[in-house]
Design a protein around this ligand. Structure first.
Ligand SMILES: Cc1ncc(COP(=O)(O)O)c(C=O)c1O
Length: 446
């Protein structure tokens, strides 16, 4: 696929109209349906999604041919193959084929086999996992780290493991699904504050504490928000948590390793390394693997979570191969090579953002590996995304209910192997696809 690195924007066929049924509705319509027949509910969703597939406007559940590089080939559910510039993979430092990372995986396989064969609460703690916990702790300046089978499990498990029914969770309204689900599973007392609004967070915390001086409060946020690429004031949030007898947990899935001094992400950028109560993260973005972790200062919290965070207690631990991959990626992150990769990544991010802006396109958030491109109207966004992939740009569409209605966006994810020149090509394709989609949407209105 590497010849695609030099490719110009592909010629595209005349855009075709899509059935209005494929442009209307959302997955939310199929979530709360009444009815005794569970299969019928699934079928209703499947019929709607199939109509979208038929018209080329269901860009989900794609199949990746080969590795997730700067160029890639994806097959859509209708069997169409689209090859092109790949901004749809979360491979921020381009480590998936790094020789040291692949060698570490092979060595681990030869030494330990491929199976941890137990949860961390029983006998699944492979030797390398304990080393990884210590290494992550050193990066984060937090002595206690517990590994989880995925980042989702870490977010859900940390909240469900720590918070009881009478306790409270105060959370940014745009926090990731795993945090919302964990909070809802743990307690009916979930209080959302407006996104990044510190004054509102302070008022919510104050009200909750005044009304209930007797129970715990967990304050939850992200280092870099996954749909908006923006960051909260962590110092202020930690101070608020202390003031109101709460603990703060920050999800660093999208910034640890790929941003900040020595890859310390927003914690490092905001001089908050080692200063936050709890940190959780994922290995599925920068660390080329599956898995997640929760870091804290208190051994008691770590051991409590091991036995009360059900996705950890009752799920198999990371395999020796996954652990070895993450350790090798972490070694790169902390090396001079890691800094070079972060520099290349930032260069590509800034180049892409500038190229999109020059095309008159709205780019949200701050420079980070997530570049959210506002498309707006959901129907327009579906058409634009179809036009883009046909023209050789692969990026993920995010629509309602993952974001609010008619604020659909393209979530472009940048990696170190991208370049500003690729960003310019990508931006041209986005602008062209939007024009074509607008023409189609205008046509549909007549
Ligand atoms: C902010 C955030 N937290 C947690 C997760 C879950 O990570 P994982 O893929 O390791 O389950 C994600 C994944 O998209 C995420 O965006």
């Amino acid at each position: 696929m590497d010849e695609l690195l030099d490719m110009p924007a592909a010629e595209t066929a005349t855009p075709t109209q899509a059935d209005p049924a494929a442009l209307q509705g959302s997955s939310f319509d199929y979530l709360l349906r009444p009815g005794a027949d569970l299969t019928a509910k699934a079928r209703a969703f499947h019929d709607w999604a199939s109509t979208r597939v038929k018209h080329g406007v269901f860009p989900y559940a794609k199949r990746l041919g080969g590795r997730p590089g700067a160029t890639a080939e994806l097959m859509l559910l209708d069997g169409q193959r689209h090859a092109g510039l790949n901004y749809s993979s979360q491979e921020y430092l381009s480590l998936a084929r790094h020789p040291a990372v692949c060698a570490a995986a092979q060595q681990a396989m030869a030494r330990y086999g491929v199976h941890s064969a137990g949860s961390t609460a029983l006998a699944g703690n492979v030797e390398e996992a304990l080393a990884l916990e210590a290494e992550l702790g050193a990066l984060l300046r937090m002595p206690e780290v517990l590994l989880f089978p995925t980042g989702w499990a870490a977010g859900f498990g940390a909240i469900k493991g720590l918070v009881r029914e009478t306790d409270h969770v105060v959370m940014d309204q745009l926090a990731h699904n795993c945090l919302h689900e964990g909070a809802r599973a743990a307690t009916p007392n979930l209080h959302l504050h407006r996104h990044l609004d510190m004054a509102h967070a302070a008022r919510v915390l104050q009200r909750v504490r005044q009304r209930d001086p007797h129970n715990g409060i967990l304050l939850v946020t992200e280092g870099c928000f996954s749909m908006d690429a923006d960051s909260p004031d962590l110092k202020r949030l930690q101070a608020l948590a202390r003031e109101h007898g709460a603990l703060l947990m920050v999800d660093v899935a999208h910034d640890l390793g790929c941003l900040g001094p020595d890859g310390t992400g927003q914690l490092g950028l905001q001089q908050m390394l080692g200063e936050v109560d709890l940190v959780m993260g994922s290995f599925s973005k920068t660390f080329a693997s599956n898995g997640g972790f929760v870091a804290c200062h208190d051994r008691a919290i770590k051991e409590y979570l091991r036995f009360y965070a059900s996705p950890n207690t009752f799920s198999n631990a990371l395999s020796p191969v996954q652990v070895a991959i993450v350790r090798a990626c972490l070694a790169v992150v902390r090396s001079a090579e890691g800094q070079q990769r972060r520099d290349r990544l930032m260069h590509a991010i800034l180049g892409l953002r500038a190229a999109l802006t020059a095309q008159g396109i709205t780019v949200l958030g701050q420079p980070s590996p997530i570049v959210p491109v506002l498309l707006g109207d959901d129907a327009l966004a579906r058409l634009a995304c179809r036009e883009m992939s046909q023209a050789g740009l692969l990026a993920n569409l995010v629509e309602y209910p993952a974001v609010s209605l008619n604020s659909a966006r393209l979530r472009m994810q940048v990696m170190a192997d991208h370049t500003p020149a690729l960003g310019e090509t990508a931006a041209r394709i986005v602008a062209d696809a939007l024009r074509r989609a607008q023409a189609l949407a205008g046509g549909a209105a007549h």
